[in-house]
Design a protein around this ligand. Structure first.
Ligand code: 6R9
Length: 660
């Protein structure tokens, strides 16, 4: 992985071809600068006209931005609309009824195509089904589903009736699912019997049963099961229903529930630096506006495009760039059930060629692992596939190192596709800092410039602006339409986490460090400034993993740090003190395995520590604080040259030096 010093010295610059530029929605830097100037001159007017042009309102808004209760900002609050209407009905009215909305490819390769008309029907039927169960506006519905058309239908159906969904990634454990069901106060869980990934059938419904059995989920009246594999997963009478039976007798007409632009469309849980995951609450109007604008600005979406975002609907990228954005702009999108390495690591390239994808959006971690795979096996090297349909590439989830960028550019884009390195977060709802493909000169490893109207800046701990060339804290100085509205059930934590008093209480704190180039003003993200890890683009709090470890009967104390990893960006390294004597050799290996499995059960397999090291103690200051900066160095295998005079027990460092 390139470090920040190498990134700062990155001098390569790439531009879109003239042909791309000419046809681009935002063409050339003058156009970009003009939009930024418009936003700066009349901030509210800028967003208001975009919201009028892009969204269809049942009742137009008269208020634009309401800052009276900052930082609980409101946008377009008195306007009424429906997100599902904007994504589906609108396409039936404007000539897209028979256009393919979704090309679904199953793990095993079966392809199903769904038109806008069919998707609309499915959503209306399911929405009526939900209503028949008594689910109504503002109820919360947890969705624990595989990548599927039905998953998108479930989300859209909730939006149609004004229920707030909370999608939980299918890799989370029963315990994580239970915590989210309880926090959201869900009345229904929508799931599938099983999910199919890499040829394996994995449980979903059984995990829902386990989650509900853990207790505290009494608000859940029903579990709706989409039959993906038809496996026998048991039925709890009076509670469980098959999705197919629920929709069978439903009408395909469902009047949308018209809601305020501020109505919570969804809650999505994400990791913070402390405590339990935070339920990030998003709006309807501002959020959908952003999904549409970024489809147009960043992805330059055109009617003939075949758009493919490889994310899972369990993450925010799958919300904005699978479930909502592509549909709201009437695009055709690919939805993929499986994994990039099955049946072999050429799957993505094969799918691009077969479906003639034009825009491809994935994560650096996938790119890095596919580079490795291509190096190891000539037969699945992307050069062997016809990728000529591609015209634009995107990256999301973590910093992309310049070498991976160059490989992506050369071997996937064939030096003919701009790459948009999109920086954003669950909390921001959509892209924030990213090249505009027909305008911004691209620099490998840099997310370049903020979108028009996004007042991103780099400041020090007191909130004072830093000059370009000096690294600091990334903030956004003005509210924007798709920003997080609050943390569900915890407005105080919302204020503390994102609008801290030290920065004046009105500046959004992203939680990332960044630096701007002295020459170009380009932003480069330098990584999280809090205790959040990014493993394969998945966000995880070190505290969450530590709590899971100490919940194991053998563990006395645990500290978790991130370690740079060539493929996954970061990997999890846990330092553990047991209640018994420090294990070594085979016994250490055995206990380490047991702890890994334990964490997988507590949180999910994505949170398994790659490395576990045992000590008699952890390095602590005399006041008893764990010295994490030393643990980070130990994890990296670097020599400790800093002052360790405040360290209570220096001998411990030797013990923790080596992985077991
Ligand atoms: C969309 C998404 C957010 C965190 C964010 C940052 C990292 C995302 C990035 C990036 C550098 C990019 N991140 N995109 N870092 N360059 N293009 O990933 O949301 O899961 O909430 O993660 O991911 O650290 O703060 P989320």
């Amino acid at each position: 992985m390139a470090d920040i010093e190498t990134l700062k010295q990155e001098t390569r610059v790439f531009n879109a071809s003239d042909a791309f530029k000419e046809n681009a929605t935002i063409s050339g830097m003058d156009a970009y600068n003009a939009m930024c100037a418009d936003a700066a001159q009349d901030y509210e007017g800028f967003w208001a006209s975009l919201a009028r042009e892009n969204l269809e309102w049942k009742k137009p808004f008269t208020q634009i931005l309401d800052e009276s209760n900052a930082p609980f900002y409101k946008w377009f609050d008195d306007g009424l609309l429906n997100v599902s209407y904007n994504c589906l009905d609108r396409n039936l009215e404007n000539g897209n009824a028979d256009k393919i909305a979704v090309i679904f490819e199953a793990d095993g390769g079966q392809v199903t195509k769904v038109t806008y008309r069919e998707l609309h029907q499915q959503v209306c039927k399911f929405a009526n089904g939900l209503k028949s169960l008594g689910i109504k506006k503002s109820d919360r519905v947890v969705i624990y589903m595989p990548m599927s058309v039905e998953g998108i239908v479930a989300m859209q159906a909730c939006a149609r009736i004004g229920a707030t969904h909370s999608v939980v990634f299918g890799g989370f454990s029963a315990k994580s699912l239970q915590e989210r069901i309880i926090d959201a106060g869900a009345v229904t869980v929508i799931t599938a019997d099983q999910q199919v990934r890499g040829g394996k059938h994995l449980p979903l419904k059984i995990i829902v049963d386990e989650a509900l059995a853990l207790g505290g989920c009494e608000a859940v009246r029903n579990v709706i099961v989409y039959q993906r594999t038809g496996a026998d997963v048991g039925v709890t009478a009076g509670r469980d229903l098959l999705m197919s039976e629920l929709v069978a007798s439903q009408s395909d007409v469902c009047e949308p529930e018209w809601v305020s632009a501020e109505h919570p469309l969804f809650i999505l849980y994400t990791s913070g630096s402390t405590g339990t995951p935070k339920g990030v609450q998003h709006s309807s109007g501002g959020y959908l506006l952003w999904a549409m604008l970024t489809m147009k600005w960043t992805f330059d979406i055109k009617p003939d495009d075949i758009f493919w975002c490889t994310a899972d609907i369990g993450w925010v990228t799958g919300h904005t760039y699978i479930a909502y954005g592509p549909l709201a702009v009437g695009a055709t999108e690919i939805v993929f059930e499986g994994i990039p390495t099955f049946p072999n690591a050429g799957r993505f390239w094969d799918m691009i060629a077969r479906h003639k994808a034009t825009i491809f959006y994935t994560a650096p971690t996938a790119i890095r692992s596919l580079i490795k795979a291509a190096d190891a096996d000539e037969k699945i090297h992307p050069d062997r596939y016809d990728l000529s349909s591609l015209r634009l590439l995107g990256s999301v989830g973590e910093p992309i190192n310049p070498e991976a960028w160059m490989w992506y550019y050369k071997h996937i884009g064939r030096e003919n596709c701009p790459i948009v390195d999109t920086f954003w977060q669950t909390e921001t709802g959509g892209h924030m800092i990213t090249p505009l493909p027909g305008a911004t000169p691209m620099v490998p490893g840099s997310c370049t410039l903020p979108l028009p109207g996004i007042m991103a800046a780099i400041v020090d701990e007191t909130g004072a602006d830093l000059p370009n060339g000096q690294g600091g804290i990334l903030v956004v100085k003005r509210p924007w339409p798709s920003m997080i509205r609050t943390i569900w059930n915890d407005p105080e934590r919302f204020k503390k986490s994102y609008f801290p008093e030290e920065l004046g209480g009105k500046t959004y704190l992203a939680g990332d460090g960044a630096i701007r180039s002295a020459e170009t003003g380009n932003f480069t993200i330098t990584g999280r400034i809090d205790d959040v890890l990014n493993v394969s683009g998945h966000r995880m709090g070190t505290m969450e993993i530590e709590s899971a470890l100490v919940a194991h009967p053998l563990v006395a104390e645990a500290a978790v740090v991130g370690k740079p990893d060539e493929t996954t960006g970061e990997s999890i390294c846990a330092f553990v003190v047991l209640k018994r004597s420090r294990p070594t050799g085979d016994e250490a290996k055995q206990i380490a395995k047991e702890l890994r499995d334990w964490v997988a059960k507590e949180i999910g397999p994505i949170a398994k520590p790659k490395e576990i090291r045992f000590g008699d103690n952890l390095p602590k200051t005399r006041s008893g604080k764990i010295m994490r900066r030393l643990l980070r160095l130990l994890a990296k295998g670097e020599a400790i040259t800093q002052d360790i005079s405040t360290l209570e027990n220096p001998a411990i460092l030797d013990q923790l030096k080596d992985a077991q």
